[in-house]
Design a protein around this ligand. Structure first.
Ligand code: FES
Ligand SMILES: [Fe+2]
Length: 438
């Protein structure tokens, strides 16, 4: 049961029902494009993917492709990935480095800042297209190493969009973390079905039994913000007191203790002391461990936070790791989406006596990558068959998401009913409905 819900500048939402039409109706797609995707700042990618002039990546969202690149002046810019001659897609790779962008069709060539500089047969045109045909720019801003774009007209600032949430998370240094894994699963469910899954802990005791060995989902703190953003803060390095307290540290607690140089044997019979011991150890030894914890309060040193930025950026993190979970809508099929999991780790300063504090089992022994990890794209069936994994926890979620979507398409189900532990989901849907005029 959620310990507390804190509302930042908004009324606590009234719990209600949610009709399934918003997940399965094809008519919602076009309306969502105009009312949701074009009115919000969208998390497009990582600053670390465009470190030098000419680096670029393409962010795909529904029918659009956004080309994000670093200009020779050093700033990061975004453009629709469309040649202004006859509309061909300009860039075909999802990521790379370029001196300029040259269209494959008639070889119009654009500078990194979007200016058209080369037109074969220039004299054939009634007027010089170089004076008027620039790549169409997209609003872009950066927060904490994350690149956001806005596809609408006259957007409010990213800082206004994030509101008090940005200051609340300011102690976390996502901008200093390194990408260690980049995965996308093609999954037969609506993008909101994924957001819903990551908006409540109600299911955790049942679908993720391993979590009782690492977090306390009985004492989570929920925060709701204007604009549909939500957060949950979960005590970590502990066990769930709903279940019998073990006499010895769990396997995951033992790993976490060893990572910071503490001996699990010292905590036999004292399992509930581990969380605070890890906090103090990080506070006292952070420098020698190679980490700067100065911007964080003690509870942040042990706990797992998850913040959902409306509409589709789900950030799950500790001081030493970040998962960006991002469902992107399919352009035509409401029963399908692409679900990205972008995993980053904080590596210690050089000379530290630990490799890193992964905090999460999957990346406990990952070395600093020498090159950027490849983008691995696969189907949900590969996860279900065990060929691919996005961590035990997310694999467990994926095992059900398509089943939930299938159930929503049944004549036997018309609306969901939400409880107090699903307050974040209610808040997300209230904001979605406000934008959609639903
Ligand atoms: S469509 Fe790009 S040069 Fe013609
Ligand atoms: Fe889950």
């Amino acid at each position: 049961m959620t310990r507390e819900v804190i509302c930042h500048g908004i009324e606590e939402p009234k719990l209600g029902t949610i009709n399934v039409s918003r997940y399965i109706g094809a008519d919602a797609i076009a309306r969502e494009w105009h009312s949701v995707w074009r009115t919000q700042w969208l998390l497009a990618g990582l600053v670390s993917d465009v470190p030098t002039a000419g680096d670029f990546f393409v962010f795909e969202i529904a029918t659009e492709q956004i080309l994000v690149t670093r200009s020779p002046q050093g700033d990061i810019r975004a453009f629709y990935n469309v040649c202004q001659h006859r509309g061909n897609r300009l860039v075909n790779e999802s990521r790379g480095h370029a001196q300029d962008f040259r269209c494959l069709y008639h070889a119009w060539t654009y500078d990194l800042d979007g200016a058209l500089k080369g037109v074969p047969g220039l004299a054939n045109f009634p007027s010089d297209p170089r004076q008027s045909r620039f790549l169409k720019p997209v609003a872009l801003d950066v927060w904490n190493g994350l690149i956001f774009v806005h596809l609408g007209d006259d957007p409010k600032s990213l800082s206004d969009f994030l509101g008090p949430l940005a200051a609340h998370l300011s102690g976390y240094r996502f901008d200093r973390m390194t990408l260690v894994e980049d995965q996308t699963v093609d999954i037969a469910c609506n993008w909101k079905t994924v957001v819903d899954n990551f908006s409540e802990l109600y299911h955790v005791d049942f679908l993720h039994p391993q979590h009782q060995r690492m977090v306390d989902c009985q004492n989570d703190l929920v925060r709701l913000f204007a604009g549909g953003h939500t957060g949950v803060e979960v005590p970590g390095a502990t066990v769930n007191p709903k279940f019998p307290i073990p006499s010895e540290p769990t396997d995951i607690q033992s790993m976490q203790l060893k990572q910071v140089g503490l001996n699990p044997d010292d905590f036999v019979g004292r399992v509930m002391d581990i969380r605070v011991a890890i906090q103090s150890r990080k506070r006292d030894a952070g420098q020698s461990l190679g980490f700067d914890y100065s911007g964080l309060e003690d509870h942040q040193l042990s706990d797992v936070w998850q913040y959902n930025l409306f509409p589709n950026a789900i950030l799950s993190f500790t001081p030493e790791h970040l998962w960006i979970l991002r469902p992107r809508p399919h352009p035509t099929d409401p029963n399908r989406c692409w679900f990205d999991k972008i995993s980053l780790l904080m590596f210690p300063e050089a000379g530290a006596d630990v490799q890193h504090i992964g905090g999460m089992t999957r990346h406990a022994a990952v070395p600093l990558p020498e090159t950027r990890p490849n983008h691995d794209v696969f189907d949900a069936s590969a996860v279900k068959s065990g060929k691919k994994s996005m961590t035990d926890t997310i694999d467990q979620d994926i095992s059900l998401l398509e089943e939930v979507q299938a159930g929503m398409n049944s004549e036997g189900f018309k609306e969901m009913v939400l409880g107090h532990d699903e307050m974040r989901m209610q808040h997300f849907h209230n904001h979605w409905a406000l934008l959609m005029g639903a």
